[in-house]
Design a protein around this ligand. Structure first.
Ligand code: COA
Length: 162
């Protein structure tokens, strides 16, 4: 599926980690994450950065990087994953939407350039709602859940956590 692409993981001290995708010895994409307690109540994963260099986009590399990160977070006991994305970043919003993230909040002028952000959230543990895990071994199975809409239980859970 990923001809010649090699994925590596780097662990930081405590709860930070990063996945990188390599092609011919060159890093072509990365995701940087951390995990920690949120308001002393929720053990939460956070995606701080995701980027794939232009010539390598559209091949599923970002999806694979994020999916691997989500799996680490799930296995580490996270109850949810969050991140922020510019409201104008259609590519990122589509990517995370496909993976089951919902738009939890709009953050007014969140970025220095004045653009608003969406806070995106993926709630655990409900493996039956996120059968794209484990991993992307079967992309067809993933696509079956592209149009997953949050259930009322997810909304209730979400509002309890806002
Ligand atoms: C966003 C980004 C990481 C996507 O990387 P990628 O490797 O091309 O993503 P994938 O190939 O895994 O894309 C998976 C899905 O995401 C969506 N997607 C990704 N890029 C898209 C774009 N430019 N427009 C619309 N949808 C897009 C599509 O649904 C795509 O599935 P498809 O190819 O079957 O249609 C990459 O464009 C990038 O590095 N952008 C600049 C940095 C950035 O915006 N990071 C996110 C910050 S929140």
């Amino acid at each position: 599926m990923f001809m010649g692409i090699f994925f590596a993981v780097i662990l930081f001290v405590l709860v930070g980690f990063q996945f990188q995708a390599f092609h011919k010895g060159k890093c072509v994409g990365t995701v940087v994450c951390k995990m920690g307690d949120h308001r002393n109540s929720t053990f939460r994963g956070y995606i701080a950065m995701l980027v794939v260099i232009k010539p390598y986009r559209g091949r599923g590399i970002a999806t694979e990087l994020v999916t691997r990160s989500i799996q680490v977070m799930m296995e580490s006991g996270c109850e949810e994953v969050t991140l922020e994305a510019e409201v104008t970043n259609k590519g990122a919003l589509a990517l995370y939407g496909r993976l089951g993230f919902i738009r939890a909040k709009r953050l007014f002028r969140y970025y220095l350039n004045g653009v608003d952000a969406f806070r995106l959230k993926l709630l655990f543990p409900q493996p039956e709602l996120h059968p794209f895990l484990p991993m992307m071994a079967d992309r067809d199975a993933t696509q079956m859940h592209d149009d997953h809409s949050p259930t009322s239980e997810e909304f209730s859970e979400l509002h309890r956590n806002l």
